[in-house]
Write a protein that binds this ligand. Structure first.
Ligand SMILES: Cc1cc2nc3c(=O)[nH]c(=O)nc-3n(C[C@H](O)[C@H](O)[C@H](O)COP(=O)(O)OP(=O)(O)OC[C@H]3O[C@@H](n4cnc5c(N)ncnc54)[C@H](O)[C@@H]3O)c2cc1C
Length: 451
């Protein structure tokens, strides 16, 4: 797939499938690259903020998906792998002893092996691969109305606009999602404190590990890692009462006071953590929120949910961005598959009297997308519940260090089914079994073989 390619021109622009993507975060940006490559489409991304947001953190990402969308070299140069080929090393919270590792499978090509980067350069690489003029910053979508002809988006101080397909990539607090679920986003009971700073700041710490390490203790974690581009990252996830969390704001700096709190919290942990914290002057806070995940990722044959808007859990397994990139690929392949290029199975175009002018079967595309993603995402959701059962079991041995380590190692799983999930393979399998699950086989009411 070529980057920055303009959509194939077929007919007049009014006959193109009009796609709106709401949100230009990491996931909306990935979707914009992918969907812009489809034939006969016009893609517009609406982003409420005035420009790319600088929220600092690190990201592990799906290199397999990015390789299909852009020149992977652009991404490789912003990545950090370090020792152990990028594998996360888990250390005992007090001694720093390695108690678990999570290596990539032997068959994984070097270029796809685990790696991490800083969110800002990743976002910039993605944005630079979106065709010019696609993103409209400062465009907050206020509401949407679905009609037979499409989806009408409304904005403050601007005329509303109609689209054939809307992709909701508006993040964890998605207004789109809450129109359909009325769910409550709730505090998860922990706050992530994060900071990225120049690597030179910690260069004097002689024993600093040349890898990505996490120190874990009963639901609390400290991550330390170099990040490439000569940056260093600190992420601490600690339990905080709702009262403390309520005083913190997403991505807001907690100043020296917040940092001192953290230093006190980690005073009994591996001294290396204290040494790194000692070099810092402040830290940002991210109170972690969560809401139930969508079981169905599409609505009205017109709206698709991707990224945190679809699976709203801050920080789950560190795969949120990778999951959203998988969504983007699945949606792209589903639309591509439903493109007829002729007058069969067409969606009704906005403002047109005829259904013969646009060349996508949206209903089929969204079914394909939903079916490709929902089983896998359901499993990830359930895994969170299983992990909290394991965490409680391990925590019961808090007063017996040897038993605590034994339980940790016994329950610690390298979740390769999640981290190395191949969304393209899943799409091909979904397509091959379409006759068994599709509503379109004999009409919606005759579905008997849902998987
Ligand atoms: C502590 C922590 C650690 C994490 N670590 C990792 C990790 O290692 N790996 C990983 O893959 N993921 C990680 N994640 C998760 C990852 O950050 C998210 O899953 C990812 O950023 C979601 O991207 P998104 O584009 O779906 O949503 P967002 O990044 O939230 O983007 C949504 C965008 O929509 C815009 N928007 C919202 N409403 C509107 C509107 N009405 N109109 C127009 N625009 C709108 C917003 O301004 C925003 O730009 C972590 C998260 C946390 C909290």
């Amino acid at each position: 797939m070529s980057s920055k390619s303009a959509p194939e021109e077929i007919g007049e622009s009014k006959n193109r499938l009009k796609i709106a993507i709401v949100g230009a975060g990491i996931v909306g940006a990935t979707a914009a690259i992918a969907l812009s490559d489809l034939p006969n489409v016009s893609v517009t991304v609406f982003e409420s903020s005035p420009g790319p947001q600088e929220t600092g953190a690190w990201i592990s990402l799906s290199l397999m998906v990015l390789d299909r969308l852009i020149n992977l070299e652009e991404v490789q140069r912003i990545l950090y792998r370090g020792d152990h080929e990028g594998t996360y090393i888990t250390r005992h919270w007090r001694t720093g002893q390695i108690i678990a590792t999570a290596p990539s499978s032997a068959h994984v090509l070097d270029k796809f092996k685990q790696a991490r980067t800083h969110r800002v350069p990743l976002h910039n690489v993605l944005l630079s691969n979106i065709p010019e003029g696609t993103i409209r910053f400062n465009h907050k979508v206020l509401d949407h109305h679905v009609t037979e002809a499409g989806v009408q988006l409304t904005f403050r101080d601007r005329p509303s606009e109609a689209f054939d397909l809307v992709v909701a990539a508006d993040g964890l607090y998605s207004k789109f999602r809450r129109r359909y679920t009325s769910d409550k986003v709730q505090y998860k009971g922990a706050v992530a404190y994060r900071k990225v700073f120049p690597e030179s700041q910690v260069a004097h710490i002689k024993s600093l590990h040349n890898d990505s390490s996490s120190w874990r203790k009963d639901g609390e974690v400290m991550f330390l890692s170099r990040l490439g581009l000569e940056q260093y990252g600190v992420v601490a996830i600690i339990r905080e009462t709702p009262e403390v969390a309520a005083k913190l704001h997403w991505a807001k700096n907690t100043g020296a006071e917040g940092l001192q709190r953290l230093q006190r919290h980690f005073a009994t942990w591996d001294p290396m953590i204290g040494q790194v914290l000692q070099t810092m002057t402040d830290i940002d806070a991210y109170p972690l929120d969560s809401a139930p995940w969508l079981e169905q990722l599409v609505r009205h044959d017109r709206i698709a949910f991707i990224g945190d808007a679809a699976h709203p859990t801050a920080g789950a397994f560190g795969v949120g961005a990778a999951l959203g990139q998988g969504d983007s690929w699945a949606l792209y392949r589903s639309l591509q598959q439903s493109y007829t290029g002729d007058d069969r199975n067409l969606t009704l175009p906005i403002g047109s009297q005829t259904a013969l002018e646009k060349h996508y079967n949206l209903r089929r595309a969204l079914e394909l997308y939903n079916e490709t993603r929902r089983h896998f995402l359901g499993r990830v959701w359930r895994q969170q519940g299983l992990d909290s059962v394991d965490a409680a079991y391990i925590a019961q041995a808090a007063n017996d260090e040897a038993e605590w380590i034994r339980r940790f190692q016994d329950r610690h799983k390298n979740q390769l089914w999640m981290t190395e999930y191949d969304v393209e393979a899943a799409f091909v399998e979904t397509l091959a079994s379409e006759a068994h699950w599709s509503k379109e086989v004999d009409g919606e009411d005759s579905v008997t073989a849902r998987l």
